[in-house]
Design a protein around this ligand. Structure first.
Ligand SMILES: [Zn+2]
Length: 191
């Protein structure tokens, strides 16, 4: 995970810095999101796309109700689109969030081998896209930049809904500005 670079324009920069500082996220004290996450896992393992879509919608409905924000629409599509670059490289799209409609899209299968996505990958993508929605409707971060705060709030939501303890992310500064998660250092700290 790599953060976006700090924007130069003053207003966007101020928003970026507020997002970066906002590391906490209030979470439900009950299991409403944990139960919804479990439904997502069950429907994914069963390879039931329609059921998976319903479970993802239930998750975001419960989450939106908890934070008192509009419910974003969610589509679960059969397979990840492939994006090709001019240099011949290609990458898969894991999910996205539409700024105008609030639509969240996640994908059930990988682009090339058409394997069912792992629960961890699909669910972390759903949490990531939902946190963009949360940024705009709860925090008022219109640009919803990928800052350290954004990734930490996303990780809090993800681990909470999986019934796991939250472990703070460890960051390393990048030479050109921005940060990346230092997974090696995090693994060492866990031992
Ligand atoms: Zn994003």
């Amino acid at each position: 995970m790599i953060t976006d670079r700090v924007p130069r324009a003053r207003a966007r920069r101020a928003e970026y810095e507020r997002s970066d500082r906002t590391r906490e996220l209030a979470l439900p004290e009950d299991d409403r999101l944990v139960d919804a996450a479990r439904m997502i896992e069950q429907r994914l393992v069963a390879e039931d796309r329609a059921g998976l879509e319903r479970a993802c919608r239930t998750f975001v409905e419960r989450a939106a109700a908890f934070w008192g924000i509009p419910v974003p629409p969610v589509d679960v599509l059969p397979k990840r689109p492939l994006r090709r670059y001019r240099d011949g490289g290609r990458t898969e799209l894991y999910g996205d969030y539409d700024f105008d409609s609030g639509l969240i899209r996640v994908f059930m299968r990988t682009a090339v081998q058409k394997k069912v996505t792992s629960f961890g990958t699909l669910f972390s993508t759903l949490c990531h896209e939902f946190c963009h929605h949360l940024d705009r409707h709860l925090f008022g971060f219109e640009d919803t930049p990928h800052t350290r705060g954004f990734y930490e709030r996303t990780a809090r939501l993800y681990h909470h809904a999986r019934g796991e303890p939250y472990r703070p992310l460890v960051w390393t500064a990048l030479p050109g500005g921005g940060y990346r998660v230092d997974w090696a250092r995090m693994r060492r700290l866990r031992r």
